[in-house]
Ligand binder design. Structure first.
Ligand code: NAD
Ligand code: ZN
Length: 255
């Protein structure tokens, strides 16, 4: 066990108090967020009970090959998802992260989410690791459209060049946008503290980021309803609870 873990375990402070201290004393703290942070905004996770993948097989519906083969079928689900995301608003966890950025404590958020809720909450330094569902991209010419520009009554939206339009999110079988990957790696190497919030840390390659951070000497604070494969391996402080509940407490403790 390293010195910090020992000190924390022997300390009488509550875990959130310890975490707040760690955030305050950090030089470069970043956050890695996942689907769990947006659950309280009304967006279900894909996995697990009531997850979308219970209804739709991801390899059938979220693989780039399936999309190209049968765009009509995939767009039907995409429209369904889009409706859920359009209704969603940032919750206290998104707002707390934005406030912590404003106070200078959080330097960047790397998000696996595609729901735009960090930006809607006012966070400025957001790396969209898996893209953003508000945008569409033409698979032929690469032109980007905003969702508002698209006629949603058509079964499959198309570009002016007649190319197939796809939500600008990373499907299975696609790689992470190079710019996002580079920026994320830079942030991970720069950080001395990483908050992982609402991520199962199972999706490759985003799940490698906390391990990379740890390897380069950063401490890890994990916020989740349940333990993950990070918890017993690299997490220094595990804060069990919902993202909005825990982030609200942290914000208060930080002052
Ligand atoms: P995941 O579904 O694999 O894991 C979600 C994690 O959040 C779980 O560990 C769960 O215990 C935890 N969780 C659930 N509710 C929570 C809450 N209220 N507070 C704190 N934690 C909570 O999510 P992932 O690791 O992000 O991987 C899923 C992939 O699917 C991502 O790549 C993402 O792109 C995509 N996705 C995005 C959205 C979105 O944009 N909102 C939604 C679903 C899935
Ligand atoms: Zn085009």
């Amino acid at each position: 066990m390293d010195e910090l873990k020992e000190a924390l375990l022997s300390s009488e402070a509550r875990p959130t108090e310890q975490a707040a201290q760690l955030i305050k004393s950090s030089n470069y703290c970043i956050a890695l967020t996942g689907a769990g942070i947006s659950v309280e905004s009304g967006i279900p996770t894909f996995r697990g009970y009531q997850g979308l993948w219970q209804k739709y097989d991801p390899l059938e519906y979220a693989h780039i090959k399936s999309f190209i083969k049968n765009p009509e079928k995939i767009w039907k689900v995409m429209y369904e998802l889009d409706e859920i995301m359009q209704k969603a608003r940032p919750n206290p966890a998104h707002f707390a992260l934005s406030e912590l950025e404003g106070k200078g404590y959080i330097k960047a958020i790397i998000t696996q989410n595609v729901d735009n809720l960090h930006q809607a909450a006012g966070s400025r330094s957001v790396i969209e690791f898996h893209g953003n569902a508000k945008r569409l991209i033409c698979l032929d010419c690469g032109k980007i459209y905003q969702r508002e520009e698209i006629d949603r009554s058509v079964l499959v939206p198309r570009c002016k060049c007649n190319g197939l339009l796809k939500p600008d999110v990373v499907f299975f079988g696609e790689s992470i946008p190079e710019e996002a990957l580079n920026s994320a790696n830079q942030e991970v190497n720069a950080c001395d503290l990483m908050l992982t919030i609402g991520t199962s840390a199972e999706v490759v390659p985003a799940n490698i980021l906390p391990w990379e951070a740890k390897r380069s000497g950063a401490k890890i604070i994990e916020v989740n309803l349940e333990r993950t494969n990070l918890t017993d391996e690299i997490t220094d402080i595990f804060l069990k609870g919902s993202a909005s509940q825990i982030l609200t407490i942290l914000l208060k403790e930080i002052g």
